[in-house]
Design a protein around this ligand. Structure first.
Ligand code: ZN
Length: 488
């Protein structure tokens, strides 16, 4: 019985041991699981060079490297480095932002991190200054740029973007590239050793000329220390109006590119010629005057005047060049010759003073050719009272003043023959002249020797005049001008 009971006791002892072992195993497992849970093991990356880095444009890029280990709160980092895969590239020939991705696997999970790489340009452009051998600044140009270039590693040629600041003794050149990198260089200027050029007035600083003498500018010379002729840069201002007496100034100036101006002034005094005192004849006098010729009837007229020993005045034109020699013949016969303009074209001669005097002096030259001398006698086409010149207001007032300044006596008339439109009949011309002359002791008669019916009247007038005690004379510079009132 005791044996039986002993066997039972062993069996009971063995059953309890298993329970203890099992409980121990469960306890250890729970403890390990808790440790693992609280350790929270993960992957930790280490990036050499940092998470973001800048790389210079054009440089060679080498990844500074990365490693990864596992790490937990309880057991810390493991010594063992994990295998890492890298993705992404960096192109340093293009500015921009690149991303590199690093990944690894641990405990059935993929872990990754990133690095940002900026390809940047921090290299400023380069400015190169050119130098010209023996270069010297001049007064005219000051310092003339010898040249420069600007180049940038990213932008290439930046010469056109260079800003140039001119200072007294230096030039500052600045350029900025597209990344905002600036470069400045300066150039010290060569010593400014020049002197200003000189303007020399040929013909003198002061000129005096008589009214009516064409003014021809004798000119100037401009030269600098280097002997350069700068006359191309000369600016001439001011005019001399040769038919009006007065004080005129002509200025000559030259301005450098730096804005410095050198100038010289010429004074031109146009002095009036003036007229002699008028002498009015004592005796009854008829001044026969013939305008607009010479023409086909002028020769016949001269014959008649010769026959009676009468003198007359011809206000001549060059409208018919075939008869210009009659001017010389009339002059030699003792008649007076006066200018009546060359063209007798109202629209042309009264368009401007310049146009007028161009035409006027053209006729003077013809008279000189025919007679050997210039005249001082003149009659305005249409007379000084004409209104055909109204298209140019004031022209007659200006021209009559100019005539006086120039020493020309202009003549109007106080007896009209009516041959310029009033009548074409010789008898009427004779009657008009007789009627007119009876009203004046001194008569200035207007006729036209290009009208045959007017020329035909002359012999009767001469006979009538002689019978009635008149002298027939040629106008002289001091004869009465018989001026009309100027209406324009
Ligand atoms: Zn006329």
């Amino acid at each position: 019985m005791r044996e039986t009971s002993g066997q039972t006791a062993v069996k009971q002892r063995t059953g309890r041991g298993w329970i203890i072992v099992l409980a121990l195993i469960i306890w250890l497992s729970l403890t390990a699981a808790a440790l693992l849970f609280f350790d929270a093991r993960t992957v930790r990356f280490y990036l050499y060079g940092g998470e973001e880095m800048n790389v210079e444009y054009g440089s060679a890029f080498t990844d500074p490297g990365v490693y990864a280990v596992t790490a937990g709160r309880i057991f810390g980092e493991s010594e063992k480095r994990l295998d890492i895969q890298s993705e992404g590239t960096v192109d340093t020939s293009r500015l921009g932002t690149y991303v590199l991705t690093y990944s690894t696997n641990f405990a059935f999970n993929e872990y990754c991190t990133q690095r940002v790489v900026n390809v940047v340009d921090t290299t400023p452009p380069v400015i190169e200054l050119k130098h010209i051998e023996g270069y010297q600044p001049t007064w005219m140009t000051g310092y003339a740029e010898e040249g420069y270039t600007a180049h940038d590693n990213v932008d290439g040629d930046l010469t056109g973007h260079v800003e140039r600041l001119k200072l007294d003794d230096r030039v500052l050149y600045t350029v900025t590239d597209s990344s905002g990198n600036s470069t400045s260089v300066e150039r010290l200027l060569p010593a400014l050793s020049y002197r200003p050029p000189r303007i020399t007035l040929l013909g003198g600083d002061n000129m005096v000329l008589q009214a009516g003498t064409w003014f021809e500018d004798p000119g100037v010379t401009v030269s600098d220390d280097l002997g350069s002729d700068l006359s191309d840069h000369l600016v001439t201002e001011g005019v001399v109006i040769p038919w009006f007496a007065g004080d005129y100034q002509i200025s000559y100036s030259i301005t450098s590119e730096l804005g410095e101006t050198i100038s010289a002034v010429r004074n031109v005094q146009v002095v009036p010629v003036g007229l002699p005192q008028t002498v009015t004849p004592e005796e009854k006098t008829i001044y026969l005057t013939f305008d607009d010729g010479p023409g086909p009837y002028t020769a016949r007229l001269l014959d008649v005047l010769d026959k009676y020993g009468a003198k007359a005045t011809f206000f001549v034109t060059a409208q018919d060049s075939r008869y210009l020699d009659q001017i010389g013949r009339a002059f030699k016969a003792g008649h007076s010759i006066g200018v009546h303009t060359s063209s007798h074209d109202y629209n042309k001669i009264y368009a401007s003073e310049y146009a007028f005097f161009e035409d006027f002096f053209n006729m003077e030259e013809i008279i000189k050719q025919q007679t050997g001398e210039y005249t001082r006698l003149f009659r305005f086409p249409g007379g000084s009272s004409n209104t055909v010149s109204n298209f140019n207001p004031g022209i007659m007032s200006r021209l009559t003043r100019a005539m006086n300044d120039m020493g020309y006596q202009y003549f109007d008339w106080n007896v009209t023959s009516g041959d310029a439109g009033g009548t074409t009949k010789t008898d009427q011309v004779i009657q008009n002249i007789k009627d007119g002359c009876k009203q004046h002791r001194i008569s200035v008669v207007l006729q036209h020797d290009i009208k045959d019916y007017s020329v035909a009247a002359v012999e009767s007038i001469l006979n009538w005049g002689k019978e009635n005690g008149y002298s027939f004379k040629a106008l002289q510079l001091d004869s009465p001008g018989t001026h009309h009132g100027v209406n324009n």
